[in-house]
Write a protein that binds this ligand. Structure first.
Ligand code: DC
Length: 221
């Protein structure tokens, strides 16, 4: 029997930290659905795809192939066979990804891919619509939140550590912008599924957050 764990939440609230830790602890596969939207954005920017032109978007989507492989122990996103893991974390992608993720045809393609990945194995997937749309029948759903200032600080530190040249203000503006689009878009807006368990990690360490989530998973087993 396979198990599906869905994790949703705002940008940079600690979802992926929790998802990766759970996947490791439970020996499940980790799927970063945000990376898929970032990879499509990367392709669109690189090929000057006009996101307001439906035909251009559909044609471009046909040429996009996304895979995940483990490289040096890390989950790595491949776009048409190329390792784009570093590129898709840039501010340029962050500044454009929410508009791309609001396009219906993009979501259709990626939701299909997300479901097919989960069809044969136990997974932990994080994103914005995983518990509401992709896996409404997930075995367990978490909705992760954290204070806005804490999220900005964590994201800023993450980007600096990854060698990106950013300011705290840029990061804050980007998070606010993405929160706004992600929660107000017409298709699959970010919201907490009715049956999701909310975890506010503002004052939790990574370990405390993991322990709490594991406790809830233990309860449904
Ligand atoms: O989790 P992330 O910041 O890497 O996600 C990048 C963008 O992709 C985010 O602004 C919203 C979008 N996204 C989405 O719409 N649905 C998902 N399941 C995952 C991400």
């Amino acid at each position: 029997m396979t198990m599906t764990i869905a994790i949703d939440g705002y940008s940079s609230c600690g979802k992926s930290t929790l998802a990766k830790a759970l996947a490791k602890k439970l020996s499940f596969a980790y799927v970063d659905s945000g990376a898929m939207y970032r990879a499509v954005t990367h392709y669109f920017l690189r090929h000057d795809v006009d996101i307001n032109n439906d035909i251009e978007v559909i044609n471009a989507l046909e040429k996009v192939k996304i895979d995940f492989v483990i490289i040096d122990g890390k989950n790595t996103c491949l776009l048409n066979g190329e390792n784009v893991e570093f590129d898709i974390r840039s501010m340029r992608i962050s500044n454009n990804v929410s508009e791309v993720a609001a396009i219906g045809t993009v979501r259709e393609k990626l939701v299909g891919l997300q479901r097919s990945i989960a069809s044969s194995k136990s997974i932990v997937m994080d994103g914005r619509d995983i518990g509401t749309v992709v896996f409404p029948d997930a075995d367990i759903k978490f909705f992760v939140t954290a204070d806005r200032k804490i999220r900005t600080k964590r994201r800023y530190q993450e980007l600096i550590a990854a060698g990106k040249d950013v300011t705290m203000r840029e990061v804050q503006q980007n998070l606010d912008h993405r929160d706004h689009i992600d929660t107000t878009r017409e298709i699959s807006p970010l919201r907490k599924a009715e049956d999701a368990i909310e975890i506010d990690n503002t004052y939790l360490t990574r370990e405390e957050q993991l322990t709490l989530a594991l406790k809830f998973i233990e309860e449904i087993k």
